[in-house]
Ligand binder design. Structure first.
Ligand code: G6P
Length: 589
């Protein structure tokens, strides 16, 4: 994670600070920038948020070359010392880094007995640049690039150079041009400044000047890189209030865009020669993206007659899951930059499988790694806890599975059309669910002091329980777990007492009597039960949701749970958009 930005333009310091605000979702425990003033580089850095850096920067004069960083700690505690940028001991180079230098201990040995100012892996790069500099900055950068192992996007500025340098491997890095020259770890962010951008390939060094950019492999041979016009980023920096709440309230509108976007981009559209040959289907992702795969795999099995295996990306990478030329793997990622997910693509492609990206970010690392991409059209999502992207992932994955089912003859054209029509009722259903916000706020007051929450559901309600539980723990810090409802009696029932609350989701009529039994069993042990359903259950606090087809119910029934997490976190005074220890885009394994 971490966000990096570099600028060669008028007002480079203030533009870097603006960019760091947009990048803050990538990490927010410390931040800093380097202002290059010709023969000297001035460093300004602090622990805390960008707002703290802005205060510190008030006395810093403008310049036209700067690099900046917002940090999510991997090596070394959260403190100003470990904040980026780092200077080489002679002050010639300043660097910022996103990723992990895996061999930094060996590199420290190679550097000899140097005293380092920080505990980070990143600082070694600044020291190496000094050691490898023999009069030519580009050559020094190339020599250092060859020494590094791991994942890294590194921005470098050097005294007396109106250029920026970058070293890129397995961490996102985009180069762009507009009124000036820029580099950044996020294409949406850089598109606020650049109207022509290039995604830097892995294993590449970039030399960026106001006149253009040159790209080299680490051995110094040139690489051709295509520039293109990025989609313009949304205007987010000025939004007041919490992004999470705003993003939840956008869901009805985004559901329409997700469905239309899917068909506008051509639907499933697998290569004709392979379309009929897929025997194994995977949904692969992390966090909320994994939960969306879990949800639609339950739907596909239950209602569309398709077997899909959902796998957590980090498990897939090392887990020896079978892959061959008959494998179709869908990689789900809001950001398109999650390192575990991108690594999993490499495994599938190396074994001849077909990699299909389901993402919210066109031109992301995931898009470039996969054979085909479909955009979920959720628009920029900035709260660390994902909400609208989840709902849009559900729409897109459901449409993909409907197309697979139709192609295999597992469902009729008539039922295909029926499901599409049913989908059109979802925005209304979500709008009605949002009307319960006041009631949810009251429920949040009731659960905010419990010691733990359990979320339960069966079949496609179980993944909804997983997502509701994830949202709550991410932003309220209350311990919570999800259980398939029938499994509760095999362990977790031991924990039920008046200090615990349970949220039971029930959208599948055929199983609602089972839910009623679970509710009674829990209530009998003194725990408070909230039911999320279109029907009322005895011994529980009901949160009524509109009735939709159970195959699509998860898209609406998760909304009260997203709101419940938000309202609970708010009533506990948490920073909902930037929860402790987390980041929106996790670009390290
Ligand atoms: C992080 C975020 C989660 C997100 C997960 C996957 O852990 O905090 O909210 O669900 O990454 O992110 P992706 O961008 O791949 O969907």
């Amino acid at each position: 994670m971490c966000g990096i930005f570099g600028a060669i333009c008028q007002g480079a310091v203030s533009n870097t600070l603006k960019a760091l605000k947009l990048l803050e979702y990538r990490g927010y425990d410390s931040a800093g920038f380097a202002a290059n003033r010709g023969d000297v580089i001035e460093i300004c850095k602090t622990e805390g948020r960008i707002a703290a850096l802005e205060r510190l920067a008030q006395g810093v004069a403008e310049t036209d070359v700067a690099i900046g960083h917002t940090r999510w700690a991997t090596h070394g505690a959260v403190c100003a010392q470990n904040a980026h940028p780092f200077l080489s001991p002679d002050g010639r180079f300043a660097i910022v880094h996103n990723g992990i230098i895996e061999n930094y201990l060996d590199l420290k040995k190679y550097l000899g007995k140097k005293v380092f100012s920080s505990q980070t892996d990143s600082e070694t790069v600044a020291y190496l640049l000094e050691k490898e500099y023999r009069g030519d900055v580009l050559q020094a950068v190339l020599r250092v690039a060859q020494m590094l192992q791991g994942s890294f996007a590194i921005a470098i500025t050097a005294v007396n150079e109106r250029k920026l340098y970058a070293i890129k491997n397995k961490s996102p890095l985009v180069v762009g041009f507009g009124e000036g020259a820029y580099l950044c770890s996020d294409i949406r962010c850089i598109s606020r400044w650049a109207n022509s951008v290039a995604v830097t390939p892995d294993g590449t060094v970039a030399e960026i000047s106001p006149d253009g950019a040159r790209f080299f492999r680490f051995d110094g041979s040139p690489v051709a890189v295509n520039f293109f016009t990025p989609e313009q980023g949304e205007n987010v920096a000025e939004t007041s209030g919490d992004f999470m709440l705003k993003e939840i309230y956008e869901i009805p509108r985004k559901l329409v865009l997700a469905k239309n976007g899917y068909f506008d981009s051509g639907g499933l559209n697998l290569p004709e020669r392979r379309a009929g040959s897929f025997r194994k289907i995977y949904f692969i992702g992390c966090g909320t993206a994994y939960n969306s795969g879990l949800q639609v795999s339950a739907v596909a099995r239950q209602w569309f007659g398709i077997d899909v295996t959902p796998v957590i990306a980090s498990e897939f990478v090392y887990g020896n899951y079978p892959v061959d030329g008959h494998t179709l793997a869908f990689f789900i990622s809001q950001s398109g930059e999650t390192a575990d997910t991108v690594r999993a693509v490499e495994r599938v492609r190396a074994a001849g499988g077909y990699a299909y990206a389901v993402t919210n970010t066109a031109s992301s690392s995931l898009t470039f790694a996969c054979d085909r991409t479909v955009n979920i059209c959720a628009g920029g999502e900035y709260a660390v806890a994902s909400t609208k992207a989840y709902n849009c992932q559900l729409v897109t994955l459901t449409l993909l599975m409907l197309d697979v089912a139709l192609g295999r003859g597992a469902i009729s054209r008539q039922s295909y059309r029926y499901f599409l029509r049913e989908m059109d009722s979802l925005p209304q259903a979500v709008m009605r669910a949002l009307k319960s916000d006041d009631e949810i706020t009251r429920l949040a007051e009731k659960i905010k002091d419990v010691s733990a929450l359990f979320y339960i559901g069966r079949i496609a309600d179980y993944p909804t329980a997983c997502e509701g539980s994830l949202k709550l723990k991410e932003i309220s810090y209350i311990h919570s777990e999800a259980y398939p409802a029938g499994e509760l009696k095999h362990g977790a029932l031991a924990l039920m007492d008046s200090d615990v609350a349970v949220v039971a989701i029930s959208t599948f009529d055929a199983l609602s009597d089972k839910t009623a039994s679970s509710v009674n069993e829990i209530a009998a042990r003194g725990a408070m039960v909230i039911t999320v359903s279109d029907r009322v259950f005895e011994n529980s606090l009901p949160l009524i949701i509109p009735k939709v087809h159970p195959a699509l119910a998860g898209i609406a029934s998760v909304v009260p749970l997203q709101l419940l997490a938000y309202r609970t976190a708010k009533s506990l005074g948490r920073d909902v958009d930037k929860p402790r220890n987390l980041a929106k885009s996790v670009t390290v394994e």
